[in-house]
Design a protein around this ligand. Structure first.
Ligand code: ATP
Ligand code: MG
Length: 396
């Protein structure tokens, strides 16, 4: 028996015209994600991918990494077996042997219908064989152990443990987005949602150094590296925002500062998006979560720019967002303390119902063109890679 990893995807199969393109991208992404894990080749085969493993393949590491490759619905460590009923019985039996279970089912599928036995016949025959040798009962609804048998052209694949992938679409199939990444809980989750749908996220983080320390930048880098486990690499712009903020502080009323900070952030991010040839921006806003996220303020902030702003968390509750953050691994980084640039010199009770005309009047008094230009020109641009590639931080 040869050992493989079989990878399944579902949504890709729906994209008829583009199917080959999506499958190829997934294949490339898997090869890249599994660099150094001892894999030989990734093959497309009957609506699934087959990863050929070398003898030294590090299955534990492979599991960890594949769990983060977008586009994968599920995957399994599988063994090949000749397309012969006696061989199927024997190999399924030996794969199951030594496992403790009191109920099981065999779940056969014929991707290649030329195989002379139907799925039901395979289930019954192999099931009977296993039952005799284990005295476990067959339970089709809720078995403790399922043994899958896939009949493909060259051989059969047998496996007993399916592991979930993130689902979604392969990264690189859905275009580039600019994500406004704070050090908080929400924006990394917003980024992940777009990455999961096949987008490449480029991050823009605003900081107020030297008014604040460098913690928020450090967090942005760590979040970028963590999210790089899903998208292979993360480009991050660390934008110095202090000078723009200084103008806003000196020249405009206290209550509307946060809204003005946000409008200028959007403008700078829009310029980064133009340079990066990205078509949309993404934030972690959710309605009413904080003062800057009332419908009125969202309206006024959005009107600072032309480019669409996607807000994938807009209807989520905080606990729902936290659940995702925990699952994807960003939560622990996000809860580290930092000094966010938007909490700098802002009132306790900021404006919650911004008035566009009033905000625009404030902006006409502001002379920030030069400060904005400098913010963009002096932004530090980094590329972050997953920790398993030795956490390389390279200047680009
Ligand atoms: P988060 O948890 O993402 O920080 P939040 O609940 O703290 O969100 P806000 O601080 O109002 O909400 O931020 C709303 C959104 O604005 C963030 O999700 C993020 O997309 C963007 N944003 C806020 N601060 C920054 C920053 N310093 N750099 C880049 N983007 C930011
Ligand atoms: Mg925040």
């Amino acid at each position: 028996m040869e050992r493989f990893v079989v990878v399944h995807y579902h949504e890709l199969a729906l994209k008829k015209g583009n199917r080959e393109y999506f499958e190829n991208r997934l294949r490339l992404n898997i090869s890249k994600a599994l660099e150094g894990c001892g894999i030989q080749k990734v093959r497309r085969l009957y609506g699934r991918l087959l990863i050929e493993l070398s003898a030294e393949a590090d299955m534990l590491e492979i599991r960890k990494r594949l769990g983060k490759v977008c586009g994968i619905a599920y995957f399994a460590e599988a063994w090949s077996c000749a397309r012969d009923m006696a061989e199927l019985e024997r190999n399924a039996g030996s794969l199951i042997e030594g496992r403790a279970f009191s109920s099981f089912r065999i779940e056969a599928r014929r991707a290649d219908k030329r195989f002379p036995h139907t799925s039901t016949e395979i289930n019954q025959q192999v099931g009977g064989y296993v039952k005799e040798r284990t005295d476990a009962r067959v339970d089709l609804e809720n078995p403790e152990l399922t043994c899958w048998i896939d009949i493909i052209e060259q051989f059969a694949l047998i496996y007993v443990e399916r592991l979930p992938g993130p689902g979604g679409l392969p990264v690189g199939t859905s275009g580039k987005v600019i994500v406004l990444l704070s050090g908080g809980i929400d924006s990394p989750v917003a980024a992940w949602k777009l990455i999961k749908r096949g987008c490449t996220a480029v991050f823009v983080h605003f900081h107020s150094f030297p008014y604040t320390n460098k913690e928020s930048q450090e967090k942005a880098k760590q979040l970028g590296a963590l999210l790089a486990e899903y998208q292979m690499q993360s480009k991050i712009y660390l934008v110095p925002f202090a000078e723009v903020q200084r103008h806003i502080m000196v020249e405009t009323p206290l209550e509307t500062r946060v809204i003005l900070y946000r409008r200028y952030m959007m403008r700078i991010a829009e310029e980064v998006a133009r340079r990066e040839k990205a078509r949309v921006m993404v934030t972690g806003d959710s309605v009413g979560q904080v003062a800057s996220q009332t419908i009125e303020n969202i309206d006024v902030i959005t009107r600072a720019v032309q480019m669409p702003i996607l807000r994938p968390l807009i209807g989520d509750d905080k606990n729902e967002i936290i659940d995702v953050a925990r699952r994807i691994g960003t939560y622990e980084i996000s809860i580290q303390p930092d000094q966010d640039c938007c909490s700098l010199f802002v009132p306790k009770h900021p404006e919650t119902k911004a008035n566009l005309a009033e905000i625009e009047r404030s902006e006409t008094k502001l002379d920030v063109a030069q400060a904005m230009k400098e913010a963009i020109e002096t932004a530090e641009i980094l590329m972050e890679y997953p920790a398993y590639t030795r956490g390389t931080v390279r200047q680009v």
